[in-house]
Design a protein around this ligand. Structure first.
Ligand SMILES: NC(=O)c1ccc[n+]([C@@H]2O[C@H](COP(=O)([O-])OP(=O)(O)OC[C@H]3O[C@@H](n4cnc5c(N)ncnc54)[C@H](O)[C@@H]3O)[C@@H](O)[C@H]2O)c1
Ligand SMILES: CC(C)[C@H](C(=O)O)[C@@H](O)C(=O)O
Ligand SMILES: [Mg+2]
Length: 352
């Protein structure tokens, strides 16, 4: 039996709540689909700061080395950027595919949601997050700076990931850039040069401000959207408004060897943390991406379908409730329902 080694880093806020839910679902899926997952827990973020004085301690780094994947909850900041950098997790994939039963939750008009299926490919270990930065005093005036610096090679390698993804999908790649103000970062030219090896992919360079507006006005036009670190962070949160809740979206952050960290795109949600009501579907969407990366595609599809079936049956976590017919469930109840649904649908649809 295939055994995977997974490091769980729950972190802070709702992180532990959604990771616990996702691990329970993953364990059940493993049983149903004939693989096993050995989970080791590590500290990251505030709990790590308290114990080790740093958000990403050496002990956690060692745990992650040699694992088959990392399931990450959320942190306020401490440790996450270091973790991404240490494992060179440069390719952040953030899919957005609104489901039918949540149409009315979306901020987009229902008729503009038909067929919306977007993949953000976000560069994750460079750009303004990691460029030279500092604070100083100029004469008497204090100032600060962060530098958006990219090696051409860093843009080229994330471009190749985006091009590959587009080639396997609807062959359209939008490039988010800001060359009218930041001409030293020629994303369009560099992507075009890499695209010579992908002649069937249509490139659509767009100024990032226009792209943000177009995402809201007409999301149907997009297939894959390539963006640098900061633009990708901001644009992908718009995906939450398109899907109906930020709590629904997951991500995979991969290095060149295909090793990955999997996390929801939302944060610690301090306003709801500790109440047991967080939506675990963003973390479950991340588990789905992890299963695909592990070549457990049947289990991944099973997970996706079972969640859609629960939503169709009206089950809703707090962030999705908006009508009296909705069946409100907290995180634990949603997880239990999902496990039940996986068992039921296994019998119907996934006979092996
Ligand atoms: N990857 C990460 O660990 C990550 C990502 C984003 C933000 N953050 C951090 O999280 C903290 C809070 O950030 P924020 O408030 O801007 O963003 P957030 O994503 O934590 O929350 C934004 C809103 O979405 C809601 N929400 C988020 N996740 C939800 C879920 N699973 N279920 C239901 N509702 C959910 C919250 O309740 C809140 O109203 C900050 O310290 C930020 O740095 C961490
Ligand atoms: C917590 C923060 C540093 C992080 C980011 O900006 O990358 C988050 O917003 C995300 O989307 O993963
Ligand atoms: Mg973000």
């Amino acid at each position: 039996m295939q055994e995977y080694r997974l490091v769980a880093l729950p972190g802070e806020g709702v992180g532990p709540e959604v990771v616990e839910a996702a691990l329970a679902v993953l364990a059940h899926l493993a049983t149903l689909h004939g693989f096993s997952v050995r989970v080791t827990h590590g500290l990251v973020g505030e709990p790590a700061v308290q114990q080790f004085g740093t958000g990403f301690p050496e002990a956690t780094a060692r745990l992650c080395e040699g694992a088959d994947g990392i399931l990450f909850g959320a942190v306020s900041k401490a440790g996450l950027l270091e973790l991404r950098k240490q494992f060179d997790l440069f390719a952040n994939l953030r899919p957005v595919r609104p489901v039918k039963s949540l149409r009315h939750r979306s901020s987009i008009k229902p008729e503009k949601l038909d067929g919306v299926d977007i993949l953000f490919v976000r560069e994750l270990v460079s750009g303004i997050y990691f460029g030279p930065s500092g604070r100083g005093v100029d004469e008497t005036a204090p100032y600060g700076f962060h530098t958006m610096q990219y090696a051409d090679s860093e843009i080229r390698r994330i471009a190749r990931v985006a091009l590959q993804q587009a080639q396997q999908r609807r062959k359209k790649l939008a490039i988010a850039h800001k060359e009218n103000a930041l001409p030293c970062l020629p994303w369009t030219r560099l992507v075009q040069e890499e695209a010579a090896a992908f002649p069937d992919v249509a490139l659509v360079p767009m100024l990032v401000d226009n792209l943000a507006m177009q995402l809201v006005m007409n999301p149907q036009q997009f297939d894959v959207i390539l963006a640098g670190n900061l633009f990708g962070d901001i644009l992908s949160d718009i995906g939450g408004a398109i899907a109906g809740s930020i709590g629904l979206l997951g991500s995979a952050s991969l290095n060149a060897d295909g090793f990955g960290l999997y996390e929801a795109i939302h944060g610690t949600a301090p306003d709801i943390a500790g109440k047991g009501i967080a939506n675990p579907m963003g973390t479950l969407a991340s588990v789905e991406l992890m299963l695909r990366q592990w070549d457990e595609g049947t289990a991944a599809a099973h997970l996706a379908i079972a969640q859609e079936q629960l939503l169709e049956a009206g089950y809703r976590t707090a962030d999705l409730v908006d009508s009296p017919e909705d069946r409100f469930v907290n995180t634990k109840a949603f997880t239990e329902q999902l496990i039940q649904q996986l068992t039921n649908s296994k019998a119907n649809q996934f006979k092996s």
